[in-house]
Structure formats: C-alpha cells, structure tokens
Design a protein around this ligand. Sequence first.
Ligand SMILES: N[C@@H](CCC(=O)N[C@@H](CS)C(=O)NCC(=O)O)C(=O)O
Length: 238
Amino acid sequence: MEDKPKITLYGDYASQPTRACYVFLKYNKVPFEFKQVRVTKLEQYSPEFKKINPNAKVPALTDGDISMFESHTILRYLHESRKLPDHWYPRTDFRERAKIDEYLDWHHNGIRLGAGGYIFRKYMSSLTGKPAPKESINESLMNLKKSFKLMEQYWLKDDKQKYLLGNELTLADFSCASEITQIIPSNIASILDGYPKVKAWFQRILDISEFNKVHHKAIATLSKYFQIIDDQGNKPKL
Ligand SMILES: N[C@@H](CCC(=O)N[C@@H](CS)C(=O)NCC(=O)O)C(=O)O
C-alpha cells in the first residue's frame, strides 16, 4: 500500500465547518489526527496555529508539507488526494461537479449567513463582550428563512431525491447539514417544522452513524450553553 503522509485536522467540535471535515474523514475511513483549537479560548490566534492558518480560523489541515484552510478546499483536497469515491465530487462529469460547486459557493453567504449568523449573534456574541443588537439577530433569522425556502424550492424540490444533489451523498450534504445542526439546541429549533423537505433531508444525514456520533455530542454541548443564555431572554416569533 502507498505510504501517505499523515493528515492532521485542526479544529473545534463546536465549529460547523470543522465537523464537516471531521465527519468526511471518519465516513471515508481516512486515518488522521485531530488537534483541538478551541475557538472559545481564542486558541486560533496562537502564533503556532497562525503558522498553519494565518487567517486564524478553523478548520485547517496539514498533509505532509502542505497546509490549507477553508473547509470546502479541505474537502475537495481530501477527496482527490485520497482517491475517494466519485459521487462526493465527480471527477469527469463536469456538469454534475458544477452543480456541487454551485451549492458550495452559495453556502457561505447562504445557509451559513443565516444559521451561523443567528447562532453567533444570539449566543456567541456575548462572549466577545459586545452582545449583538436584536435587529441584527432578526436579520439573521430572515436570512435563515430565505435559505431554507430556497433549499425547499431548488435543491430539495424533487420528493424522491434523497440528498441535495441526487440520490448519492456529495460534499454539499455534509457541509450543509453541519451548519444546520446548531439550530437543534437553539431557541429556534421548531423553525424546521416550516420546511418539511429540509427537515426530512437533515434527518437522513443525522441518521448516518459517523455524522450522528459527532453531531450528537455537539448538540448536547451547545444545548447546555444555549440554555443559560435562553433563560435570560425571550423566544423569537417564528
Ligand atoms: N469559510 C470558512 C469559515 C471558517 C470559520 O469562520 N471558522 C470559525 C468557526 S466556525 C472560526 O474559526 N472563528 C474564529 C474567529 O473568527 O475568530 C470555512 O468554511 O472553513
């Protein structure tokens, strides 16, 4: 067997894009080492980590003498360098690949803007000493609804389709579902009831054991922290 250099994934279980890369490695049985960089402890700003990722964000990855950041870059690199099955990100069918890229590019200013934005503003911003104003929390909620609506009408419009881009898993599924996980322990978990296709698709991903193990732990941990903040505020109207 070819001797590959050892992969190290740097990240935090509380980070959505870290979880996407972590689960992808686990699901595909790629050996790797995980080094925790705890964002709540601002470890992403340590000089050692900034040598790996000067952008000071998780996740980051090293593989022998190459290092990289941005979860979608990491996923694509792992797929190609470890020769993982084609369905994740087709090598020859550039049309299918374009549809996956379309999702991956939309992700950052789509679902992440809404879901990540809501959780950061509602729950995490107080950690920075500057809690977000109510209007900006509501703005994230609007973005989240817009994203869920698009998912229902576009990627998940066909009821017979199991995953975002068809009946096989692609990079888009793990990336998107990792972002949605954090909604479950939050005060807006019931928002998914209004988007039944998203809810059913998300449940299908959550039922994948490698995904479930990691995300179940994240939901439990976030839930304890979110509860403390929720006890101090009101439930928003959905
Ligand atoms: N687009 C990046 C997002 C990376 C990112 O924003 N990571 C967050 C955690 S989820 C982080 O490290 N935040 C720390 C900071 O901004 O200081 C990706 O997909 O990897």
